[in-house]
Design a protein around this ligand. Structure first.
Ligand SMILES: NC(=O)c1ccc[n+]([C@@H]2O[C@H](COP(=O)([O-])OP(=O)(O)OC[C@H]3O[C@@H](n4cnc5c(N)ncnc54)[C@H](OP(=O)(O)O)[C@@H]3O)[C@@H](O)[C@H]2O)c1
Length: 313
C-alpha cells in the first residue's frame, strides 16, 4: 500500500488510474486542474506537502497536438515547466514521480520498434514540450522517477479515436482513415495497470513504454472498431427478436476507407511509425501490455456502455 497523489485526475488516463487505485483500496489524493494547476510552483509544493505521497503520478498535460504548434509556450508551461515543478516537489518530499510521456518524442521515421533508449528527435511542438518534461523529471529525480511513454490512447473518458469511430459507425458514416501511419492503440486502463505494477514491484527507475503489443494503422484500428460495433448491433437485434436474423448484408454497413496522410493534412506532422519497444518491462519482471486487438475488445463494452458513441470528437 502506498499513498498516491494524481494530478490531472479528470483526464482520460487520470480517471482510469484513480479508479484502479480506488478499487485496490489505495490512499489517493486525486487533484483535477481545478484543484491544482501544475504550472503554479507554490501550489504544487503545498499540495505535495499536504498529501505526503509516496508516489506522484502526473496525468496533467497539454495534449492538443495541433494547437501546440501555435501555442508552444503555453504547452511548454504545462508539459515542461509543470513537470519540473512536480519533480522539484517530489525531490523535496522524497516521493517517487511517475511521468507519462509520448511516442511524439521520437522522429517517427524508424522501421523497427523504438527501444526505450533510442535517440529522441521530436518532429513538432507537442513532442518538444513533452521531451522537455521528461528531461526535467530525469534531471531532478534521476533515481526516483519513471518516464512512462504511451501512444494512441483511448478510454471511456474524454474524446478519443475509438469514441469518434463508434459515433461514425452509429451514424452510418464511412470515414476516410489514414492507412500509412503505424502505431499501437492503447487502452488507458492498461497504462494505469502498468503504472501500478511499476510501484508494486519496486521496478528500477527509468523509461518504460506503456503501449499495447503488436501494431496497426489508424485504418486497421478503425476497421476493428467498426466490426465490433456492427457485431454488437447484430447481437442486440438477435437477442431482441429471439431469432438469428443473420444481420444486415456487410455491404450495406458503414466501414472506414483507407486514405493517405497527404489526404488528411494537419497543422502538426504525425509520425509515420510510432511503434515502441517493450524490453524494459521483462527486465523489471513485469509483463508488457498485451496485443492491441485483445485490449480493444476488452475495452469496447465498457466504452459503449458509458455512451461512447455519443461524445467522440
Ligand atoms: N491521449 C493520447 O493519445 C496520448 C498519447 C500519448 C501520450 N499521452 C500522454 O498521456 C498522458 C495522459 O493523457 P490523457 O489523454 O489522459 O490527457 P487528457 O485527457 O487531455 O488529460 C489531461 C488532463 O490534464 C489537465 N491539465 C491541463 N493543464 C493542466 C494544468 N496546468 N494543471 C493541472 N492539470 C492540467 C487537463 O484538464 P483540462 O481538460 O481542464 O484542461 C486534463 O484533465 C499525458 O501525459 C499525455 O501527454 C497521451
Amino acid at each position: 500500500m502506498s499513498r498516491w497523489l494524481v494530478t490531472g485526475a479528470a483526464g482520460m488516463l487520470g480517471r482510469d488510474l484513480t479508479a484502479l487505485l480506488a478499487a485496490r483500496g489505495e490512499e489517493i489524493t486525486a487533484l483535477t486542474r481545478a484543484d491544482l494547476d501544475i504550472t503554479d510552483l507554490a501550489a504544487v509544493a503545498k499540495a505535495v506537502d499536504a498529501a505526503k505521497p509516496d508516489v506522484v503520478v502526473n496525468c496533467a498535460a497539454w495534449t492538443a497536438v495541433d494547437a501546440a504548434e501555435e501555442h508552444e509556450a503555453r504547452a511548454l508551461a504545462i508539459n515542461g515547466h509543470g513537470a519540473a515543478n512536480l519533480a522539484a516537489a517530489c525531490a523535496a518530499a522524497g516521493a517517487l514521480l511517475v511521468h507519462p510521456s509520448t511516442d511524439y518524442v521520437f522522429d517517427g521515421q524508424a522501421r523497427s520498434p523504438y527501444p526505450e533508449d533510442a535517440p529522441t528527435a521530436p518532429a513538432g511542438a507537442y513532442g518538444r514540450t513533452k521531451l522537455a518534461g521528461e528531461q526535467a523529471v530525469r534531471a531532478a529525480l534521476p533515481g526516483a522517477s519513471y518516464i512512462v511513454r504511451t501512444a494512441w490512447l483511448y478510454g471511456a473518458h474524454g474524446k478519443n479515436f475509438v469514441k469518434t469511430m463508434l459515433r461514425l459507425a452509429a451514424d452510418g458514416t464511412s470515414p476516410g482513415v489514414v492507412a500509412d501511419q503505424h502505431g499501437q492503440p492503447t487502452w488507458t486502463a492498461d497504462v494505469a495497470a502498468q503504472v501500478v505494477a511499476l510501484i508494486e514491484r519496486s521496478a528500477p527507475p527509468g523509461v518504460y513504454h506503456a503501449t499495447s503489443s503488436g501494431q496497426t494503422s489508424w485504418f486497421g484500428f478503425a476497421e476493428e472498431i467498426f466490426q465490433h460495433y456492427h457485431a454488437s448491433v447484430r447481437a442486440g437485434q438477435d437477442q431482441d427478436q429471439g431469432q438469428d436474423l443473420g444481420g444486415e448484408p456487410e455491404r450495406s454497413l458503414a466501414s472506414p476507407r483507407p486514405i493517405s496522410t497527404a489526404d488528411y493534412p494537419t497543422p502538426a506532422r504525425r509520425p509515420a511509425y510510432s511503434v515502441l519497444g517493450h524490453d524494459a518491462w521483462p527486465a523489471a519482471g513485469i509483463a508488457p501490455i498485451g496485443d492491441w486487438k485483445e485490449a480493444l475488445h476488452r475495452a469496447l463494452p465498457g466504452i459503449m456502455a458509458t455512451g461512447g458513441t455519443g461524445t467522440g470528437q
